[in-house]
Design a protein around this ligand. Structure first.
Ligand SMILES: [Zn+2]
Length: 361
């Protein structure tokens, strides 16, 4: 193939607002082999707190953006437009941050304020929809017009692209796959109901499940097979080589309040059978929920992103197994389930994708 590279590049300012931090960067987009490719410069980071409030968020944005320009070498005259992601409920048509449950920020006209401050067009949307659109522009869905994007991190969210456009739903609540019920009367979800996918299979859900499994095995409860229990005991004896079984189990029990999904993934890769079991169980729940979504929308792809997607190899086999068990296969033969192509900078790429080719215009 002859590699064609357009000399024309455009630069955007991207702002990715999350629950605990914000990132800003200048993103240069140029076409390579007819597809846009993004290069990020001057990435700046600021912490955000639950009680940062609207003024705290605004001053963090101004300071991060100043630093981005200082470090990237770009000037405002180089910038075509600004893209921003919003954590929580957003109105993309008005660029309005409608509501963030964790911080209580309401009705913040963030696109308008950024446009007034910097004199550039601003495009903003909910972070999950922005990442779904980022996958279409820069990721593994560049040739795909119908797909579901699932983010698995501390929570679970979904973004839907139908016929090449983001489908937000009438009240910006489409694709809330995190609140599909997968366990009758299961763990309590942040939404107030029990047994949602988010409560069961998010990073927090994985950590909660693993803690329960360790507690059950240590107490001789639960329904684990003898070989799994023996495998776990052998694993922790190898891990704490100088200790006997009672002390090794006690040390594991003492450490479980601090385990998180990343640590459990690390243990699973080292051969901890309870950690592997936890990820397989989690994959099964995601697979069931994905089968219901596929039966409803018949997409070409389902893409999985978010921090827990780093453990994709651990949960994907069980996800596929349950997905194939429950999906209406006759209609979904060529559907594939893949890991995001956006990587760690997904939020910034989602933000710039809104400004590069807005899905609502
Ligand atoms: Zn829920």
């Amino acid at each position: 193939m002859i590699r064609t590279e357009s000399p024309l590049a455009s630069n955007y300012l991207a702002i990715d607002l999350g629950g605990s931090k914000l990132l800003s960067a200048v993103v240069t987009v140029r076409n390579v082999d007819s597809f846009p490719r993004a290069v990020l410069s001057g990435i700046s980071k600021r912490p955000l707190h639950k009680d940062s409030g609207r003024n705290g968020v605004w001053s963090a944005i101004l300071s991060a953006v100043d630093e981005t320009f200082r470090n990237s070498g770009f000037e405002w005259k180089d910038i075509t437009a600004i893209g921003a992601t919003i954590p929580g409920v957003a109105d993309p048509q008005r660029g309005l941050w409608v509501y963030a449950p964790y911080s209580g920020i309401r009705d913040f006209p963030i696109a308008e304020e950024l446009a007034t401050k910097y004199g550039k067009p601003v495009f903003a949307d909910n972070d999950v929809n922005a990442c779904a659109w980022g996958e279409k522009i820069f990721g593994v869905c560049q040739n795909v017009d119908n797909f579901l994007w699932i983010t698995i991190s501390n929570g679970i969210g979904g973004g839907l692209v139908l016929d090449g456009r983001v489908y937000p739903g009438k009240f910006s609540g489409a694709a809330e796959i995190g609140h599909f019920n997968v366990v009758e009367d299961g763990a309590l979800c942040g939404c107030g109901r029990h047994g949602c996918l988010e409560a069961t299979a998010s990073g927090q859900g994985v950590a909660r499940a693993y803690r329960e499994h360790v507690l059950n095995v240590a107490r001789g409860e639960g329904t684990f097979t003898p070989s799994l229990i023996d495998g776990w005991k052998n694993f922790i004896l190898q891990k704490h080589q100088t200790l006997d079984e009672t002390k090794a189990v006690r040390l594991e029990l003492e450490s479980i309040p601090s385990v998180d999904a990343a640590l459990i993934a690390d243990e699973a890769r080292k051969g901890n059978p309870l950690a592997l079991f936890t990820y397989r169980e989690m994959g099964g729940y995601v697979g069931r929920a994905a089968s219901w979504a596929a039966n409803l929308i018949n997409p070409e792809k389902i893409v999985i992103g978010g921090g827990v997607a780093g453990a994709f190899d651990l949960f994907y086999p069980a996800l596929q197994e349950k997905f194939q068990k429950y999906v209406f296969r006759q209609a979904n033969q060529s559907l594939t389930i893949e890991k995001t192509g956006l990587g760690y900078e997904a939020g910034l790429l989602g933000a710039v994708s809104l400004a590069y080719d807005n899905p609502y215009l």
